[in-house]
Design a protein around this ligand. Sequence first.
Ligand code: GLN
Length: 385
Amino acid sequence: MPATAPRLSVFTESVIRGTTRLANAHGAINLSQGFPDFDPPEEILAALEKAARGNFHQYAITWGAPRFRAALARKINRFTGLAIDPDQHLVVTCGSTEAMMVAMMTACNPGDKVLVFSPFYENYAADAILSGAEPVYVPLHALDFHFDPDELARAFALKPKAIVICNPSNPTGKVFTREELLYILKLAEEHDTFVITDEPYEHIVYAPYEHVSFAALPGAFERTITCNSLSKTYAMTGWRLGYVQAAPEVIAQARKVHNFLTVGAAAPLQEAGVAGLELPDSYYTGMREAYTAKRTLFLNYLKRTGLSYTEPMGAYYVMVDISPLGFADDNAASEWFIRTLGVAGVAGSAFFREPEHRFIRFHFAKSESILHAAGERLQKLISCY
Ligand code: GLN
Protein backbone atom coordinates (compact mmCIF):
# COMPACT_ATOMS: atom_id res chain seq x y z
CA MET A 1 0.00 0.00 0.00
CA PRO A 2 1.16 3.62 -0.47
CA ALA A 3 3.15 5.22 2.37
CA THR A 4 1.46 7.90 4.48
CA ALA A 5 3.01 11.36 4.80
CA PRO A 6 6.36 11.19 6.64
CA ARG A 7 5.77 14.54 8.40
CA LEU A 8 3.26 12.75 10.65
CA SER A 9 5.90 10.41 12.01
CA VAL A 10 7.06 13.09 14.47
CA PHE A 11 3.65 13.10 16.18
CA THR A 12 2.37 10.71 18.77
CA GLU A 13 -1.29 10.30 19.70
CA SER A 14 -2.38 13.03 22.12
CA VAL A 15 -1.08 12.06 25.58
CA ILE A 16 -3.99 13.97 27.18
CA ARG A 17 -6.63 12.00 25.33
CA GLY A 18 -4.71 8.73 25.79
CA THR A 19 -4.68 9.30 29.56
CA THR A 20 -8.43 9.88 29.49
CA ARG A 21 -8.93 6.51 27.79
CA LEU A 22 -6.78 4.75 30.42
CA ALA A 23 -8.58 6.58 33.24
CA ASN A 24 -11.95 5.47 31.88
CA ALA A 25 -10.78 1.88 31.45
CA HIS A 26 -9.79 1.77 35.14
CA GLY A 27 -12.67 3.82 36.51
CA ALA A 28 -10.25 6.44 37.87
CA ILE A 29 -11.25 10.01 38.71
CA ASN A 30 -10.16 11.79 35.57
CA LEU A 31 -8.24 14.97 36.34
CA SER A 32 -6.27 14.66 33.08
CA GLN A 33 -8.23 16.01 30.09
CA GLY A 34 -9.30 19.49 31.14
CA PHE A 35 -13.01 20.07 30.71
CA PRO A 36 -15.78 20.92 33.17
CA ASP A 37 -18.10 18.25 34.58
CA PHE A 38 -20.94 20.77 34.87
CA ASP A 39 -23.38 22.21 32.33
CA PRO A 40 -23.32 25.54 30.48
CA PRO A 41 -25.51 28.33 31.90
CA GLU A 42 -29.28 27.81 31.66
CA GLU A 43 -29.66 30.77 29.25
CA ILE A 44 -27.48 28.98 26.69
CA LEU A 45 -29.36 25.70 27.04
CA ALA A 46 -32.70 27.49 26.52
CA ALA A 47 -31.31 29.25 23.45
CA LEU A 48 -30.13 25.90 22.07
CA GLU A 49 -33.66 24.46 22.34
CA LYS A 50 -35.02 27.50 20.57
CA ALA A 51 -32.37 27.36 17.84
CA ALA A 52 -33.37 23.78 17.06
CA ARG A 53 -36.81 25.03 15.94
CA GLY A 54 -35.44 28.05 14.07
CA ASN A 55 -34.06 28.48 10.62
CA PHE A 56 -30.43 27.61 11.39
CA HIS A 57 -29.92 24.21 9.83
CA GLN A 58 -27.96 25.15 6.72
CA TYR A 59 -24.51 26.72 6.40
CA ALA A 60 -23.99 30.02 8.13
CA ILE A 61 -21.76 32.58 6.39
CA THR A 62 -18.36 30.92 6.22
CA TRP A 63 -16.61 33.38 8.52
CA GLY A 64 -19.43 33.40 11.06
CA ALA A 65 -23.16 34.13 11.43
CA PRO A 66 -23.65 37.93 11.57
CA ARG A 67 -25.60 37.83 14.85
CA PHE A 68 -22.88 35.76 16.50
CA ARG A 69 -20.07 37.99 15.26
CA ALA A 70 -21.93 41.11 16.39
CA ALA A 71 -22.42 39.65 19.89
CA LEU A 72 -18.78 38.57 19.95
CA ALA A 73 -17.59 42.06 19.02
CA ARG A 74 -19.70 43.62 21.81
CA LYS A 75 -18.43 41.12 24.37
CA ILE A 76 -14.77 41.61 23.40
CA ASN A 77 -15.23 45.37 23.60
CA ARG A 78 -16.83 45.05 27.05
CA PHE A 79 -13.80 43.25 28.48
CA THR A 80 -10.81 44.57 26.54
CA GLY A 81 -11.95 48.01 25.38
CA LEU A 82 -11.01 47.11 21.79
CA ALA A 83 -13.30 48.49 19.07
CA ILE A 84 -13.96 45.29 17.13
CA ASP A 85 -15.69 45.49 13.76
CA PRO A 86 -17.60 42.22 13.36
CA ASP A 87 -17.20 42.41 9.57
CA GLN A 88 -13.47 43.08 9.53
CA HIS A 89 -11.81 41.71 12.62
CA LEU A 90 -13.32 38.25 13.21
CA VAL A 91 -13.50 34.76 11.76
CA VAL A 92 -15.64 32.26 13.67
CA THR A 93 -13.96 28.83 13.87
CA CYS A 94 -14.50 25.33 15.22
CA GLY A 95 -12.95 26.03 18.61
CA SER A 96 -9.69 27.74 19.41
CA THR A 97 -8.05 24.56 18.07
CA GLU A 98 -9.05 25.45 14.52
CA ALA A 99 -8.37 29.13 15.22
CA MET A 100 -4.75 28.27 16.07
CA MET A 101 -4.32 26.23 12.91
CA VAL A 102 -5.83 29.06 10.85
CA ALA A 103 -3.57 31.61 12.57
CA MET A 104 -0.48 29.53 11.93
CA MET A 105 -1.30 28.86 8.26
CA THR A 106 -2.19 32.52 7.74
CA ALA A 107 1.03 33.83 9.28
CA CYS A 108 3.62 31.29 8.16
CA ASN A 109 5.21 30.01 5.02
CA PRO A 110 6.91 26.61 4.97
CA GLY A 111 10.34 26.94 6.55
CA ASP A 112 9.43 29.89 8.80
CA LYS A 113 10.37 29.67 12.46
CA VAL A 114 7.74 29.90 15.21
CA LEU A 115 8.69 30.52 18.85
CA VAL A 116 6.84 28.33 21.33
CA PHE A 117 7.33 28.55 25.10
CA SER A 118 8.01 25.18 26.70
CA PRO A 119 6.05 23.72 28.47
CA PHE A 120 3.25 24.24 25.98
CA TYR A 121 -0.18 22.91 25.11
CA GLU A 122 0.29 19.85 22.88
CA ASN A 123 -1.26 21.35 19.73
CA TYR A 124 1.09 24.28 19.19
CA ALA A 125 4.10 22.40 17.87
CA ALA A 126 1.79 20.22 15.78
CA ASP A 127 0.09 23.32 14.29
CA ALA A 128 3.48 24.75 13.33
CA ILE A 129 4.71 21.49 11.80
CA LEU A 130 1.46 20.86 9.89
CA SER A 131 1.75 24.31 8.34
CA GLY A 132 5.34 23.58 7.32
CA ALA A 133 6.88 25.91 9.91
CA GLU A 134 9.62 24.98 12.37
CA PRO A 135 8.91 25.36 16.09
CA VAL A 136 11.76 26.87 18.14
CA TYR A 137 11.34 26.35 21.86
CA VAL A 138 12.00 28.90 24.60
CA PRO A 139 11.99 27.46 28.13
CA LEU A 140 9.73 28.68 30.90
CA HIS A 141 11.66 27.98 34.08
CA ALA A 142 10.00 26.04 36.91
CA LEU A 143 8.58 26.39 39.45
CA ASP A 144 7.14 29.80 38.60
CA PHE A 145 7.57 29.27 34.83
CA HIS A 146 9.21 32.62 34.09
CA PHE A 147 11.11 33.24 30.89
CA ASP A 148 14.66 34.58 30.83
CA PRO A 149 14.57 37.91 28.90
CA ASP A 150 18.00 37.30 27.33
CA GLU A 151 17.07 33.78 26.27
CA LEU A 152 13.93 35.16 24.60
CA ALA A 153 15.89 37.94 22.89
CA ARG A 154 18.31 35.35 21.50
CA ALA A 155 15.38 33.32 20.14
CA PHE A 156 13.95 36.44 18.48
CA ALA A 157 17.34 37.01 16.84
CA LEU A 158 16.57 33.89 14.75
CA LYS A 159 13.94 36.07 12.99
CA PRO A 160 10.83 34.00 13.79
CA LYS A 161 7.69 34.73 11.78
CA ALA A 162 5.51 34.27 14.86
CA ILE A 163 5.53 33.60 18.58
CA VAL A 164 2.79 31.63 20.33
CA ILE A 165 1.60 32.72 23.77
CA CYS A 166 -1.00 30.85 25.81
CA ASN A 167 -2.34 33.28 28.40
CA PRO A 168 -3.55 32.22 30.97
CA SER A 169 -1.38 29.25 30.30
CA ASN A 170 -2.25 25.63 29.90
CA PRO A 171 -0.49 23.64 31.44
CA THR A 172 1.31 25.92 33.93
CA GLY A 173 -1.45 28.25 35.17
CA LYS A 174 0.86 31.17 34.44
CA VAL A 175 -0.75 34.54 33.75
CA PHE A 176 1.72 36.77 31.91
CA THR A 177 2.19 40.16 33.56
CA ARG A 178 1.75 43.37 31.59
CA GLU A 179 5.53 43.92 31.85
CA GLU A 180 6.29 40.49 30.37
CA LEU A 181 3.84 41.08 27.53
CA LEU A 182 5.26 44.54 26.80
CA TYR A 183 8.73 43.03 26.63
CA ILE A 184 7.50 40.41 24.14
CA LEU A 185 5.79 43.17 22.14
CA LYS A 186 9.01 45.18 22.00
CA LEU A 187 10.91 42.18 20.61
CA ALA A 188 8.07 41.37 18.18
CA GLU A 189 8.16 44.95 16.88
CA GLU A 190 11.94 44.91 16.52
CA HIS A 191 11.86 41.70 14.49
CA ASP A 192 8.49 42.23 12.76
CA THR A 193 7.01 39.07 14.25
CA PHE A 194 3.35 38.04 14.52
CA VAL A 195 2.09 37.31 18.03
CA ILE A 196 -0.36 34.40 18.01
CA THR A 197 -2.09 34.41 21.35
CA ASP A 198 -4.39 31.67 22.64
CA GLU A 199 -6.67 33.03 25.37
CA PRO A 200 -9.53 30.61 26.11
CA TYR A 201 -8.96 30.87 29.88
CA GLU A 202 -9.16 34.70 29.86
CA HIS A 203 -11.97 34.76 32.45
CA ILE A 204 -10.50 32.10 34.74
CA VAL A 205 -7.97 34.20 36.65
CA TYR A 206 -7.37 34.23 40.41
CA ALA A 207 -7.05 37.43 42.46
CA PRO A 208 -4.85 39.43 42.58
CA TYR A 209 -3.82 38.45 39.04
CA GLU A 210 -5.41 39.95 35.96
CA HIS A 211 -5.53 38.87 32.38
CA VAL A 212 -4.17 41.36 29.84
CA SER A 213 -5.25 40.63 26.29
CA PHE A 214 -2.18 41.04 24.10
CA ALA A 215 -4.10 42.74 21.27
CA ALA A 216 -5.13 45.53 23.66
CA LEU A 217 -1.54 46.57 24.45
CA PRO A 218 -0.66 49.92 22.85
CA GLY A 219 0.35 49.37 19.22
CA ALA A 220 -0.07 45.59 19.41
CA PHE A 221 -3.31 45.07 17.46
CA GLU A 222 -1.89 44.94 13.94
CA ARG A 223 0.61 42.15 14.69
CA THR A 224 -1.57 40.13 17.05
CA ILE A 225 -3.66 37.16 15.97
CA THR A 226 -5.90 36.35 18.93
CA CYS A 227 -7.38 32.87 19.14
CA ASN A 228 -10.16 32.24 21.60
CA SER A 229 -13.25 30.17 22.25
CA LEU A 230 -16.44 29.91 24.24
CA SER A 231 -15.44 26.45 25.50
CA LYS A 232 -13.99 27.26 28.90
CA THR A 233 -15.83 30.52 29.62
CA TYR A 234 -19.28 28.94 29.31
CA ALA A 235 -18.42 25.28 30.06
CA MET A 236 -19.24 24.09 26.53
CA THR A 237 -16.07 22.44 25.19
CA GLY A 238 -18.11 20.06 23.01
CA TRP A 239 -19.68 22.87 20.99
CA ARG A 240 -16.40 23.71 19.25
CA LEU A 241 -17.10 27.43 18.95
CA GLY A 242 -14.11 29.70 18.66
CA TYR A 243 -12.76 32.63 16.73
CA VAL A 244 -9.76 34.40 15.28
CA GLN A 245 -9.49 38.13 15.93
CA ALA A 246 -6.96 40.21 13.98
CA ALA A 247 -6.39 43.20 11.73
CA PRO A 248 -8.52 43.34 8.54
CA GLU A 249 -5.59 42.44 6.24
CA VAL A 250 -4.88 39.32 8.29
CA ILE A 251 -8.56 38.38 8.59
CA ALA A 252 -8.99 38.60 4.81
CA GLN A 253 -6.41 35.80 4.48
CA ALA A 254 -7.55 33.84 7.54
CA ARG A 255 -11.08 33.62 6.07
CA LYS A 256 -9.68 31.71 3.10
CA VAL A 257 -7.78 29.22 5.25
CA HIS A 258 -10.82 28.68 7.46
CA ASN A 259 -13.09 28.21 4.45
CA PHE A 260 -10.89 25.47 3.02
CA LEU A 261 -10.37 23.76 6.39
CA THR A 262 -13.94 23.54 7.70
CA VAL A 263 -16.29 25.89 5.75
CA GLY A 264 -17.76 27.01 9.02
CA ALA A 265 -18.75 26.41 12.63
CA ALA A 266 -22.15 24.84 13.35
CA ALA A 267 -24.92 27.35 12.53
CA PRO A 268 -27.43 26.40 15.29
CA LEU A 269 -24.66 26.52 17.88
CA GLN A 270 -23.59 29.99 16.80
CA GLU A 271 -27.20 31.14 17.17
CA ALA A 272 -27.45 29.64 20.67
CA GLY A 273 -23.96 30.83 21.64
CA VAL A 274 -25.16 34.45 21.42
CA ALA A 275 -26.98 33.89 24.73
CA GLY A 276 -23.61 33.21 26.38
CA LEU A 277 -21.96 36.29 24.92
CA GLU A 278 -24.83 38.43 26.24
CA LEU A 279 -24.61 37.20 29.84
CA PRO A 280 -24.16 40.04 32.36
CA ASP A 281 -20.91 40.80 34.18
CA SER A 282 -22.23 38.99 37.25
CA TYR A 283 -21.90 35.68 35.37
CA TYR A 284 -18.15 36.17 35.04
CA THR A 285 -17.76 37.21 38.67
CA GLY A 286 -19.70 34.14 39.78
CA MET A 287 -17.65 31.83 37.58
CA ARG A 288 -14.41 33.26 38.91
CA GLU A 289 -15.60 32.75 42.49
CA ALA A 290 -16.62 29.16 41.76
CA TYR A 291 -13.23 28.35 40.21
CA THR A 292 -11.42 30.09 43.06
CA ALA A 293 -13.25 27.82 45.52
CA LYS A 294 -12.33 24.70 43.50
CA ARG A 295 -8.72 25.82 43.36
CA THR A 296 -8.55 26.41 47.12
CA LEU A 297 -10.20 23.07 47.84
CA PHE A 298 -7.88 21.05 45.58
CA LEU A 299 -4.68 22.88 46.52
CA ASN A 300 -5.40 22.27 50.22
CA TYR A 301 -5.35 18.53 49.55
CA LEU A 302 -2.16 18.86 47.50
CA LYS A 303 -0.52 20.87 50.26
CA ARG A 304 -1.14 18.03 52.70
CA THR A 305 0.68 15.54 50.45
CA GLY A 306 3.86 17.58 51.01
CA LEU A 307 4.67 17.63 47.27
CA SER A 308 5.66 20.92 45.64
CA TYR A 309 3.39 22.44 43.03
CA THR A 310 3.01 25.66 41.10
CA GLU A 311 0.10 27.67 42.43
CA PRO A 312 -1.94 28.54 39.32
CA MET A 313 -2.55 32.25 38.67
CA GLY A 314 -5.17 31.37 36.08
CA ALA A 315 -6.77 28.50 34.09
CA TYR A 316 -7.65 25.30 35.95
CA TYR A 317 -4.47 23.25 35.86
CA VAL A 318 -1.79 22.61 38.45
CA MET A 319 1.67 21.16 37.81
CA VAL A 320 2.76 18.94 40.70
CA ASP A 321 6.42 17.99 41.22
CA ILE A 322 6.39 14.24 41.83
CA SER A 323 10.17 13.76 41.94
CA PRO A 324 10.16 12.76 45.67
CA LEU A 325 8.07 9.71 44.70
CA GLY A 326 11.12 8.29 42.89
CA PHE A 327 9.60 7.30 39.55
CA ALA A 328 12.14 7.03 36.74
CA ASP A 329 9.58 8.26 34.27
CA ASP A 330 6.45 10.41 34.55
CA ASN A 331 4.46 8.19 32.16
CA ALA A 332 4.98 5.27 34.52
CA ALA A 333 3.96 7.58 37.37
CA SER A 334 0.79 8.66 35.58
CA GLU A 335 -0.14 5.02 35.03
CA TRP A 336 0.58 4.21 38.68
CA PHE A 337 -1.65 7.12 39.78
CA ILE A 338 -4.48 5.69 37.68
CA ARG A 339 -4.09 2.03 38.64
CA THR A 340 -3.10 2.39 42.31
CA LEU A 341 -4.62 5.67 43.50
CA GLY A 342 -7.55 5.88 41.10
CA VAL A 343 -6.73 9.46 40.08
CA ALA A 344 -5.63 10.41 36.56
CA GLY A 345 -3.30 13.28 35.68
CA VAL A 346 -1.27 13.95 32.53
CA ALA A 347 2.44 13.05 32.50
CA GLY A 348 4.07 16.49 32.42
CA SER A 349 6.61 15.50 29.74
CA ALA A 350 3.75 15.71 27.21
CA PHE A 351 4.07 19.49 27.49
CA PHE A 352 7.85 19.91 27.52
CA ARG A 353 10.38 20.03 24.75
CA GLU A 354 13.16 19.45 27.29
CA PRO A 355 13.57 15.98 28.86
CA GLU A 356 11.57 17.00 31.93
CA HIS A 357 9.91 14.14 33.79
CA ARG A 358 9.16 15.46 37.25
CA PHE A 359 5.62 16.81 36.79
CA ILE A 360 2.07 15.54 36.63
CA ARG A 361 -0.64 17.98 35.50
CA PHE A 362 -4.00 17.80 37.25
CA HIS A 363 -7.07 19.88 36.42
CA PHE A 364 -9.73 20.95 38.89
CA ALA A 365 -12.71 21.89 36.71
CA LYS A 366 -14.75 19.35 38.61
CA SER A 367 -17.61 19.43 41.08
CA GLU A 368 -16.52 19.81 44.69
CA SER A 369 -17.54 16.26 45.67
CA ILE A 370 -15.28 14.80 42.96
CA LEU A 371 -12.42 17.07 44.03
CA HIS A 372 -12.87 15.90 47.65
CA ALA A 373 -12.81 12.26 46.53
CA ALA A 374 -9.68 12.82 44.40
CA GLY A 375 -8.03 14.79 47.20
CA GLU A 376 -8.68 11.98 49.70
CA ARG A 377 -7.15 9.42 47.34
CA LEU A 378 -4.08 11.60 46.86
CA GLN A 379 -3.46 11.60 50.64
CA LYS A 380 -2.11 8.05 50.25
CA LEU A 381 0.95 9.69 48.67
CA ILE A 382 2.11 10.78 52.14
CA SER A 383 3.16 7.22 52.98
CA CYS A 384 4.89 6.74 49.60
CA TYR A 385 8.05 8.74 50.20
N1 GLN B 1 -7.63 21.77 26.77
C1 GLN B 1 -7.85 20.53 27.44
C2 GLN B 1 -6.59 20.03 28.13
O1 GLN B 1 -5.54 20.59 27.98
C3 GLN B 1 -8.41 19.48 26.53
C4 GLN B 1 -7.47 19.05 25.51
C5 GLN B 1 -8.12 18.24 24.46
O2 GLN B 1 -8.26 17.05 24.63
N2 GLN B 1 -8.53 18.84 23.41
O3 GLN B 1 -6.67 19.05 28.84
